[in-house]
Design a binder for this molecule. Structure first.
Ligand code: JFZ
Length: 466
């Protein structure tokens, strides 16, 4: 009796919640996301234990693919979980580092292609609670920390590829992509004949059963057990079917405000935004659809102990400005260690990006794309204001003559200032509609100095590369 009352109460609350949210339009659902512009991607899982090396052999490619690229048998890979014990995991510190970097949302891998779930689940024993000495759900405390710091939380979920739960699909990778395996020819013949799988244990069930027994129940658990989930980030629709995609998509009604990407199943399940990977689109590639570039700080998503090929904070700050100037979002990745810590290089990059964003975040949050497209010396973002429009010119290459020149300037100039400290700058618009701003002799910030120019009215500059 008591159980029925609880079940009825949960259903009632869910019912009220669904009724309350159902009316949201796409623009209403996307508003916070478009305002946010900058988020943290987190690739974490048992693959952080081998960290790019298997039996003394370095395995090529991105770390979270080590099982596939190393053609590691299921039984051997699952032994890794017995060494996964992230005692230094401090979700509060993770969220604070994201927030202090200027990020507004976090998307973490609740389950990647290796099928290992970072959350408590009844649908498979291949999860952090049942298969590791750590024995606790890793996502619950992260959700609490996000709520505490006002950071939106999203889950990445590998809906199709699953290399440990029988029936999951497996994208085929030639053995040599992992290492010069002397047995490559036999393995490649096997994976060719077995839709990418390399271990019979992976194919003891059909894909449709994996979807019904694991993917659908787990996505339902995530949508029910984590209220206010902001994003569901599907990935690699290998062997996805319309039937499977329809079943997964229908679960989203449990959280009508949720935002999803374009990787559930192409082309007929486009979701809410595109996901260019490791690249920033050119203006010509853009068709007005929301988009989010996801990018690694080094050469891997999942942690590899020997990958120190990190991009510089300057490169990543300028990437963020390039992306915002084209109207997109930036999802920048961190791959924590098996102990539960961010690599020191990532901590440093986040801190340096945060220092810049603390001073110049106004040039990113809630901005629209540049009315003028790109500039050789930098990027531009814009924002409508009650009085007109604010334009943020982020200067990467300081003009030798100390003059910032913007042709095709059709609006009445109100003011030009250094965003960092509000210092007024001399500026004028010629009859030829060319704005010239006189700059200090040296760049106040060599990474990117933002010149804020306020004008009357809307700016309808012509989108041309300059
Ligand atoms: C996928 C994953 O396989 C990878 O492990 C990581 O999670 C990344 C974010 O996404 O990798 C892809 C997916 C799609 C493309 C390339 C790599 N693609 O469409 O070019």
């Amino acid at each position: 009796m008591k159980k029925t009352i609880i079940a009825l109460t949960v259903l009632l609350l869910l019912g009220q919640n669904i009724i309350a949210q159902k009316e949201l339009s796409k623009d209403e659902r996307m508003a916070w996301w478009r305002e946010a512009r900058f988020g943290m991607f987190i690739h974490w899982g048992v693959y952080a234990v081998p960290a790019g090396e298997w039996k003394g052999q370095r395995i090529g490619g991105i770390g979270e693919w080590i099982m596939n690229r190393g053609k590691i048998p299921v039984s051997e890979y699952q032994e890794i979980a017995k060494q996964f014990n992230p005692v230094r995991y401090d979700p509060d510190a993770w969220v604070r580092m994201a927030k202090d970097a200027g990020m507004k949302y976090i998307v973490i891998t609740s389950k990647h292609h290796d099928g290992f779930a970072l959350f408590e689940t009844k649908a498979s024993e291949w999860n952090v609670v049942d298969a590791t000495p750590y024995g606790k759900d890793l996502l619950k405390p992260l959700a609490e920390a996000c709520r505490k710091y006002g950071i939106k939380l999203g889950f990445y979920y590998s809906q199709a590829q699953d290399w440990n739960n029988p029936g999951g699909s497996a994208a085929r990778r030639p053995a040599r992509e992992g290492w010069e395996n002397p047995d490559s020819a036999r393995i490649d013949a096997y994976t060719k004949a077995h839709r990418g799988h390399w271990d019979p244990a992976q194919e003891t069930k059909p894909f449709a059963r994996y979807i019904d027994d694991v993917a659908v129940p787990q996505v339902r658990e995530l949508l029910i057990n984590y209220s206010d989930l902001a994003v569901l980030w599907w990935d690699t629709p290998t062997d996805m079917t319309d039937d499977a995609a329809t079943k997964l998509q229908s679960l989203l009604s449990l959280q009508p405000a949720i935002i999803t990407n374009d990787r559930l199943k192409r082309p007929n399940f486009p979701g809410d935004h595109k996901t260019p990977e490791q690249r920033i689109p050119n203006l010509a590639d853009l068709d007005g659809t929301d988009w989010e570039t996801c990018m690694t700080m080094n050469g891997t998503w999942g942690y590899k102990y020997y990958d120190h090929n990190y991009k510089t904070p300057q490169t990543l700050i300028r990437n963020l400005l390039d992306i915002a100037s084209k109207g997109g979002n930036f999802l920048l990745n961190v791959g924590p260690t098996a102990e539960g810590e961010f690599p020191p290089e990532s901590v440093d990059i986040l801190a340096k990006m945060g220092q810049w964003m603390k001073v110049n975040g106004e040039a990113v949050y809630g901005t629209r794309a540049s009315p003028w497209g790109l500039f050789t010396w930098g990027r531009c973002t814009s924002k409508m204001t009650p009085k007109g429009t604010s334009l943020y010119f982020s200067v990467f290459e300081w003009p030798a003559d100390g003059k910032l020149v913007i042709p095709g300037f059709n609006n009445k100039l109100t003011s030009a200032r250094l965003l960092a400290n509000g210092t007024k700058l001399k500026a004028s618009v010629s009859k030829a509609k060319v704005l010239t701003v006189t700059l200090p002799s040296a760049a106040p910030d060599p990474v990117a100095t933002v010149i804020k120019v306020d004008v009357k009215g809307k700016v309808d500059g012509k989108v041309t590369a300059k």
